[in-house]
Design a protein around this ligand. Structure first.
Ligand code: COA
Length: 194
């Protein structure tokens, strides 16, 4: 006879597999999908660029293999939860992870923060504009959230444009909001609601 714990374990794995499948979004130029451990080499290679770190807060530099391993493992653990507090997607072109996008600090029934990065050679081709559109749609329709927000440094024009082109509004300026390179920097906050 099959023991109850096994049944629960199998059911959990099944639910996890279904959830993972429903996260896959295929576009013409790229695919959005959950990270896998086999992504570690391309993730570590493509994210390791000072231009990613310049405008973000949580990406280490230099970015080593072990950073990628622990980041992918952390996501895998989070995906097993019934209500993950963050959900991340790899942006994949030609089987390489060339970017990342995710919603963080999720409060179910309410809101989450969106964040993203893209490898230099794929920028300015509309990739992030499209990726943000898809993830906002996912957050609003699949998760039922009512507000998505983002913070950008005041000089991050590229990120601001990505948000504005997706119908986000500039909601204000937070003075000395982040400590970056030894100085307190202002940020803009952007929001989109439904
Ligand atoms: C921000 C970032 C993700 C933009 O990705 P992208 O795929 O190049 O953006 P898109 O090609 O979709 O461009 C969207 C809009 O921004 C504009 N844009 C892109 N890069 C720009 C730049 N460096 N300066 C000014 N405008 C820019 C595009 O022209 C486009 O505007 P349009 O609709 O009028 O044509 C990318 O520059 C990046 O990864 N930067 C480093 C990490 C980062 O800043 N993350 C966000 C932290 S808040």
């Amino acid at each position: 006879m099959i023991d109850g714990a096994w049944v629960i374990c199998i059911m959990r794995r099944f639910v996890h597999a279904i959830l993972t499948l429903t996260m896959i979004i295929k576009m013409k130029k790229f695919i959005l999908r959950p990270h896998r451990l086999s992504d570690v080499p391309s993730l570590a290679k493509n994210i390791n660029d000072p231009s990613n770190v310049r405008f973000t807060q949580h990406i280490p530099y230099p970015y080593k293999r072990h950073h990628a391993v622990s980041w992918v493992r952390k996501q895998m653990r989070e995906r097993r939860k019934k209500r993950p507090s963050f959900i991340q997607w790899a942006i994949v072109i030609d089987n390489e992870v060339v970017g990342g996008i995710g919603i963080n600090k999720i409060i179910y029934g309410h809101k989450a923060e969106i964040g993203y990065w893209l490898a230099r050679e794929h920028r300015r081709q509309g990739v992030m504009k499209r990726a943000v559109k898809e993830i906002v749609r996912y957050a609003f329709t699949r998760l039922g959230l009512r507000r998505i927000f983002a913070f950008t440094l005041t000089n991050n024009l590229a990120s601001q444009k990505v948000l504005l082109r997706n119908g986000f509004l500039t909601e204000g300026r937070h003075r000395k909001n982040v400590l970056k390179d030894g100085a307190f920097k202002d940020t803009y906050v952007f929001g989109k609601v439904r």
